[in-house]
Ligand binder design. Structure first.
Ligand code: ZN
Length: 322
């Protein structure tokens, strides 16, 4: 029997370094990094950049995937939805509870409590991951789409075809929030400088609350579904010592260390969406502590608001290191 390939999901908050962690792990010869395949439909619509420095329409890899979906699966790519349906049925409390109930029942029984458009969408994502796996030689496929419920649905749906693993990635709230406050990005592509601007600037309190909410949900779901403790990574520790972080993840990945993995300049992968470090990062830099540029009262506010959640992460990480 053919050995099952493995899909490893990176679960994190936005701006936590999942793209660079993904790019680094993808340097392993048996690992293929995708960045955020959940944004496949958006990237096609806007013809975004792949990490191979081509636009999606010019990238041979994604061109083949799109053809396989359209020709073999007979699905017009414009109807192939991977990100339009939100996890929550409604933003009211009852809608949120119903979404989690659906997820839990599906995890336990593989049956639907009620018809969920989110689950239908997850089936498209399974088809996409299956098509990617058929077009790559690597044994491990890295999916850094970040969402926990999405990964749990896909894990269950693909249980007969793939093994799965989870990496929970956390970065200090000060740095995550500081990075979220940035509204423009600059990077070089084929010698040209490209400037990108975010549409809206968000309030500090809003981003802080968002960080807390998402992080608490990650902790809650990992405790409910009892994920193995070795799959926790703190971004700062990873940036300080990528090799140590890799060793910690080697069981989850099922891979052992290869020399030269820290050199990101030779990546032959096809990462889409996520941070532009998928294109510009050529090495892993030690943590820069950029949040020191924030006014002291803002830093104090973030610390105060995130202290108890941070304590839980430290405890979990400590248990994980033992
Ligand atoms: Zn590409």
């Amino acid at each position: 029997m053919k050995k099952k390939k493995k899909i490893v999901f990176i679960i994190s908050n936005g701006r936590s370094g999942s793209t660079i962690l993904s790019k680094f792990l993808g340097m392993h010869s048996h690992c293929f990094a995708l960045s955020e395949p959940s944004h496949f439909d958006i990237e096609i619509k806007k013809n975004g950049y792949c990490s191979c420095e081509e636009s999606i329409s010019d990238c041979a890899f994604w061109g083949k995937i799109i053809r396989d979906i359209e020709i073999e699966q007979k699905i017009p790519i414009s109807n192939f939805n991977t990100s339009q349906k939100p996890f929550h049925i409604s933003h009211k409390r009852i809608g949120k509870i119903a979404s989690y109930l659906h997820l839990c029942v599906f995890q336990l029984t593989a049956k639907e409590l009620f018809r969920s458009p989110y689950l239908e969408q997850a089936k498209n994502e399974c088809l996409l991951l299956r098509t990617v796996a058929n077009n790559t030689n690597e044994h491990v496929i890295l999916d850094a789409s970040k969402s926990f419920p999405r990964a749990l649905y896909i894990k269950k749906l693909l249980r007969k075809e793939f093994n799965t693993g989870f990496i929970l990635l956390f970065r200090t709230p000060e740095e995550t929030i500081y990075s979220n406050l940035k509204t423009s990005y600059t990077f070089k592509l084929k010698g040209e400088t490209i400037n990108l601007k975010k549409d809206t600037a968000k309030e500090l309190s809003h981003i802080t609350e968002e960080w807390r909410k998402v992080t608490k949900n990650i902790l809650r779901l990992s405790s409910i579904f009892r994920l193995k403790p070795q799959s926790i990574i703190l971004y700062e520790e990873f940036a300080q010592s990528p090799r140590k972080a890799f060793e910690r993840l080697s069981r989850t990945l099922g891979l052992s260390w290869e020399e030269g993995m820290e050199d990101l300049s030779q990546s032959g992968h096809h990462m889409i969406s996520g941070n532009y470090s998928r294109i510009k990062a050529k090495s892993i830099l030690p943590p820069k502590n950029d949040s020191r540029n924030l006014p002291k009262e803002d830093l104090d506010y973030i610390k105060r608001e995130t202290r108890s959640t941070m304590r839980k992460i430290t405890k979990l990480n400590h248990k994980n290191a033992q």
